[in-house]
Write a protein that binds this ligand. Structure first.
Ligand code: GAL
Length: 739
């Protein structure tokens, strides 16, 4: 764990302990008491601790970096979003700590991490347990216990406990906000005085844990986006991947050898497909499931030479691993006493809250991988389902509970690899992780899943953006060429453009008919590197998610939702429940591009909701509408992904696509301009590889497009900060897209 961060957190926890919320002790509480111990810890951020925090794990302990107070201090100072005494708590007779946060009748709640089944979480009961697959009800790969409200505030339950949340579900008998009773079965001569509701709306979020203490952090801001930014900044800011991480990724088949990998690489070159990262799946290891983390010499006889050979071609290697250690690993004996009571995949489960365990793993990883140039990891199986992970009663040598370990294991792995391995060596990394949680915004790891619904994968891009996590809707295979193209297009507009062919063995060109269109979209991503890298810089320095849910856009409100009124049916719908089908199928990519991919039933034709403001077609610059819904077809777009651009957008791109990010350095730029009003863009540059940016070694180029006296749009460029190296080349041309 980062030591600055640790000392800050310890200080913070000590303060919290001093102000322990006395009325919430189990012994003297049978009913609601108001929470009064709110401490203003930064502008727009308040924390209160209930009960005894000693021995409780909080996610902020594992954040990548301490809060960015310098940035937070520049922000507005909104008021605490609740009236005094409005937030209450109690300890139940069976020792559960419960906090009750009031909500208004029309208030909508969003978030709770990577939820693939929808973005809106009002009127739901959720169990926030780390789980693979994301089947709904809260259990997911990254059940970040942070929600934002349409009223413009957010709440973070900073606890590594299982958390059960009743979002506006449940009616207290002492609440003045309950809806009136309605007789469900009035006699035929009486009119029903309103609609009987299977689920009468509740007036609060009630969250509970079984534990000794609970820290709750409230965020306020000028908008929902501002609330999300403050959450990210408080957790150390967003991740800034190396430039190569934003290129194209391809994972080869799990049993591929060095030779087979080499051959596949050659095909990328021959077929003119961009490629930056090759992912090796389990077969690179001498034994896997459980793992040794040592090279399988029959497949990779000289890993150092192989890695070097690839690096010389500009290709990075990413290694799959799960954390569970095989008897055949050379660290097994030493790790054994530092591991849990139970095994996973018959491998021991190290307790990575212990410095000795961290040292053992990172020394081995350094020696076998990092020293030869491995770029990062894919951390699998840290989200295991109840079957595959340790039971909740498993014990760990540090004394951390099995439950807290399950909630934070993915976070702990990111923390260890990022801080103890890569940061220590001043080399950036970008990788994957299958389980994460709160306070993770600073980690350059994208979450992925074995579930494979394209529609849900698109939803994931929005939900991830609300809780400081990155998500890749990776492509694996497809039933038809059209599906393949649609999936490849979505993934190219996500935090990580990855084809994961660990089992299917597919390549980007595996579906003949669409090969050119697939190549085009990967190349478009490469051309957009300057724009995308700056969007990630905004994530790091300002907390703005690079890929964002539409609800964070000004004036957008909600995506149109389809309300299907519940029809009583004693077998299939005995409570006449209604259904709301959300439309979470468009999202923002960087400051000004809105993406509306084709998918599933909308594979070649779909509707796009244009938020208020003028919007333009990315490819032609033509005005497409303002605050309305339009229909787009794959045919009209010549099989390109639907992209729309905001009024006044300035988009810096490479003049031509490159097949590797290394070639983007010093490459000349084209700046595109859309719309009729002036616009600006701040282009961010640094070395793209090290952490020197954290010491201020970066550069910004302010690009402004405005009309001159003759009414012509002109571009001016000013270098507003020049403390770091240049990254991209000179601007070669300004392309006015809207005629
Ligand atoms: C799965 C993982 C896949 C792939 C596979 C290899 O658990 O989600 O992406 O890595 O393991 O065995």
């Amino acid at each position: 764990m980062n030591s600055d961060c640790l000392s800050f957190r310890l200080f913070f926890i000590t303060i919290s302990l001093i102000i322990i919320f006395a009325p919430c002790r189990a012994a003297d509480l049978t009913d609601l008491k108001s929470v009064e111990s709110w401490q203003n810890v930064a502008p727009g951020i308040w924390s209160a601790s209930l009960g005894d925090m000693q021995g409780e794990l909080c996610y902020t302990q594992f954040a990548a970096a301490p809060p960015k107070h310098d940035v937070l201090n520049q922000l507005s100072k909104p008021k605490f979003p609740f009236a005094p005494g409005e937030i209450t708590c109690l300890v139940t007779p069976d020792n559960k700590i419960m906090i009750r946060i009031p909500t208004g009748a029309d208030e909508k709640l969003y978030g709770f991490g990577l939820q693939l089944d929808g973005i809106k979480k009002s009127r739901q009961v959720m169990t926030l347990n780390v789980d693979h697959w994301s089947k709904g009800g809260g259990r997911t790969h990254a059940p970040v216990p942070f929600y934002i409200s349409s009223r413009g505030y957010g709440v973070f339950f900073n606890t590594a406990r299982f958390l059960k949340i009743y979002n506006q579900v449940g009616n207290r008998k002492d609440s003045p906000h309950n809806p009136p009773e309605v007789d469900r079965n009035p006699p035929s001569d009486e009119k029903q005085p309103g609609r009987w509701q299977a689920q009468p709306p509740g007036d609060a979020v009630e969250a509970q844990i079984s534990g000794n203490g609970l820290e709750v952090i409230v965020f306020s801001g000028d908008s929902m986006l501002d609330v999300v930014c403050r959450y990210n900044l408080y957790n150390g800011g967003g991740a800034l991947p190396p430039l190569w991480g934003l290129g194209f990724w391809h994972r080869v088949h799990a049993r591929f050898s060095a030779g087979q990998t080499r051959d596949e690489l050659k095909q990328f070159e021959d077929k003119d497909f961009p490629l930056d990262v090759i992912g090796l799946e389990p077969g690179w290891m001498s034994k896997s499931y459980p793992c040794t983390f040592e090279w399988q010499k029959k497949r990779f006889p000289d890993p150092a030479k192989f890695t070097r050979e690839l690096l010389d071609k500009g290709i990075r290697l990413n290694l799959w691993e799960n954390p569970y250690i095989s008897k055949h690993s050379r660290m097994y004996e030493k790790m054994y006493p530092l591991s849990a009571s139970h095994m996973v995949w018959l491998g021991i489960v190290p307790d990575y809250t212990m410095p000795q365990a961290r040292r053992l793993l990172t020394e081995q990883h350094h020696q076998d991988h990092i020293s030869i140039g491995i770029s990062g990891y894919k951390i699998d199986e840290v989200d295991g389902y109840d079957f595959w992970l340790w039971p909740d009663h498993a014990t760990f040598p540090s004394g951390v509970s099995g439950e807290a370990m399950r909630q934070s294991y993915g976070l702990l792995m990111q923390n260890m690899l990022y801080n103890d391995l890569f940061k220590q060596n001043n080399v950036r990394t970008y990788g994957l992780v299958r389980g994460s949680n709160g306070a993770a915004s600073g980690y350059p790891f994208a979450i992925y899943s074995d579930s494979y619904s394209h529609e849900q994968y698109i939803t994931g891009l929005s939900t991830a953006s609300l809780g400081g996590i990155l998500w890749t809707p990776e492509a694996r295979s497809a039933g038809t060429p059209r599906e393949w193209l649609n999936r490849m297009q979505t993934v190219c507009f996500s935090p990580m453009a990855q084809l994961n062919a660990w089992s299917s063995g597919k390549k980007p060109w595996s579906y003949g008919d669409v090969t050119d269109s697939v190549r085009d979209v990967i190349k478009l991503r490469m051309r957009l590197l300057p724009y995308l890298y700056s969007a990630f810089a905004d994530y790091h320095f300002k907390g703005i998610p690079p890929i964002r849910a539409m609800i964070l856009e000004d004036g957008f409100g909600e995506l149109e939702a389809k309300f299907i009124a519940g029809k009583l049916d004693s077998e299939t719908n005995p409570y006449a429940r209604s259904k709301i089908i959300e439309k979470t199928d468009q999202f923002m990519f960087g400051p000004s591009i809105m993406v509306a991919p084709f998918y599933e039933s909308q594979s070649v034709k779909r509707q796009v909701q244009l938020p208020p403001g003028n919007w333009y077609d990315f490819y032609t610059g033509k005005f497409v509408g303002n605050n309305k819904t339009i229909t787009v077809t794959a045919k009209d777009l010549a099989d390109c992904i639907p992209l729309f651009v905001k009024e006044g957008a300035v988009i810096p791109m490479l003049t031509k696509a490159v097949n590797q990010t290394d070639k983007a350095y010093s490459h000349p730029l084209e700046v595109r301009f859309y719309g009729k009003t002036n616009g600006t863009f701040t282009l961010y540059e640094d070395d793209g590889k090290t952490f020197n940016y954290d010491k201020g070694q970066h550069r910004t180029r302010h690009l402004a497009v405005s009309k001159d006296q003759t009414g012509q749009f002109k571009l001016t460029e000013n270098i507003t900060k020049k403390d770091g190296p240049a990254m991209f080349g000179p601007i070669e041309n300004l392309k006015i897209m809207t005629k």
